[in-house]
Design a protein around this ligand. Structure first.
Ligand SMILES: Cc1ncc(COP(=O)(O)O)c(C=O)c1O
Length: 413
């Protein structure tokens, strides 16, 4: 006897407090969107907001908008909204620039704060841009820094007395493995190192407790779980106790202590503004605000509980209904050790994902063989879990993935 039926999942949706949030996103009724861990869905409010910012704020109010429509303080205002989601205080977060750029700035500051040490601990299998940015920074500084790569289980042992900075992503982009922020931060501090957390797959996906963990620095992107739109501005966090203690390397006028004094020489602000460089992308920031407004009304604790359930059910159903088709779970089975995504490996993963997308079940593929499914409790329905697994079973039973068009590699996977 099967353990579940579709009706069981419809019943869960009926009882779900978060279910009404789906209407706040632009999503077709029959779309099963399991890729919010890569590009979040569009808040319905974003279209009117973009129109208003372009037509009225820019079109009519022009330059006066810097004051009149709050453009100058927008990065800080949105930063404070993000702060609430990641366990930070007001004045510790800025919404600005790109993820990689923010890592560059923070890593440089952290290295300056540990001038006698040369080792940076990172995860070799992390999303590559973090490692690439660190390599570029080391090259540019030319001071003999080196990266010590460690994987999940070796990280603690890699944090020794010679380490300047530990720079890690809390939730792994492929496996969804959730690192223990508190334990790693504590270990780093015990040996005198600083820690930078990349929250790309955490912010908006699960409650993050930066200050409770005594984190030093953090950053993340706006376009995944925060639903800020393609290429949305990212964010960065500097714990209050570190603000004004080191200079960031991209010393543009917005990070100056008094930008409108137009002084000849750079003088950094002694607060979070020191991390800004130049004029911020107001159109994109305004749209990011729509995603963040939704989170103001949603409870992160409830989001986490639903996320764990969605992922657990998905694993159970794949293992029950697709057991004979060669999928291997690549994510932790224990939901407390997992972010809000589930990955499986399969040697035909690419073609299988293309066949799923053709059925309106959208996830993504990460080379060489991972298919990823992101669960975003604000708009993923319980019944989506059932329907996605039944779609997957149908594709496997009928060999639909073998169609030649599903093997053609697109530029973005
Ligand atoms: C952990 C992590 N860091 C950084 C990035 C991307 O950085 P950027 O927004 O600068 O392209 C990603 C993208 O998926 C990521 O998963």
């Amino acid at each position: 006897m099967p353990k579940f039926s579709r009706d069981d999942f419809l019943a869960l949706d009926e009882k779900d407090d978060l279910a009404p949030f789906r209407d706040e996103f632009q999503l077709a009724k029959d779309l099963i969107y399991l890729d919010g861990n890569s590009l979040g869905a569009m808040p319905v409010a974003a279209l009117a907001k973009a129109q208003d910012v372009v037509a009225r704020e820019w079109g009519q109010d022009l330059i006066t908008s810097w004051n009149k429509n709050g453009w100058f303080h927008l990065a800080e205002k949105l930063g404070n909204k993000i702060a609430r989601l990641i366990g930070a205080d007001e004045g510790e977060v800025m919404a600005c620039d790109a993820t990689g750029l923010n890592l560059y700035k923070l890593l440089s500051m952290a290295l300056d704060m540990r001038p006698e040490r040369k080792v940076i601990v990172m995860e070799g299998s992390n999303f590559p841009t973090d490692n690439y940015m660190a390599q570029g920074l080391i090259h540019q500084r030319g001071q003999g820094h080196e990266i010590r790569f460690a994987e999940q289980d070796d990280i603690m042992a890699a944090i020794t007395e010679d380490v300047a900075v530990v720079s890690l992503t809390q939730v792994h982009y492929k496996s969804g493995y959730l690192l223990d922020m508190k334990a790693i931060t504590q270990k780093a501090h015990q040996v005198g190192a600083l820690v930078i957390w990349d929250l790309c797959h955490s912010a908006g996906a699960l409650p993050v407790a930066l200050n409770d963990c005594q984190a030093d620095f953090a950053l993340g992107c706006g376009y995944k779980y925060l639903n800020g739109g393609p290429g949305a501005p990212a964010f960065l966090y500097v714990a209050k106790r570190h603000q004004g203690k080191a200079m960031q390397p991209l010393t543009g006028w917005w990070g100056h202590a008094n930008p409108f004094a137009f002084e000849q020489d750079y003088r950094p602000a002694d607060n979070i503004w020191q991390c800004l460089t130049g004029t911020q992308p107001i159109l994109s920031l305004s749209v990011l605000g729509c995603g963040l407004d939704i989170f103001e009304r949603a409870d992160m604790g409830k989001i986490r509980v639903k996320s764990m359930k969605l992922c657990d059910y998905f694993i159970d159903l794949v293992e029950e209904y697709c057991a004979d088709f060669g999928f291997t779970l690549a994510s932790p089975r224990d939901s407390t050790k997992r972010g809000s995504q589930v990955s499986f490996t399969h040697e035909q993963g690419y073609a299988i994902m293309q066949a799923l997308i053709a059925k309106n079940i959208v996830g993504d593929f990460r080379a060489p063989d991972i298919i990823r499914f992101g669960f975003t409790p604000l708009y993923t329905r319980y019944v989506d879990v059932w329907d996605a697994v039944m779609g997957l079973r149908n594709i496997m039973e009928n060999d639909l993935w073998r169609r030649p068009e599903y093997s053609k590699r697109e530029a973005v996977t």
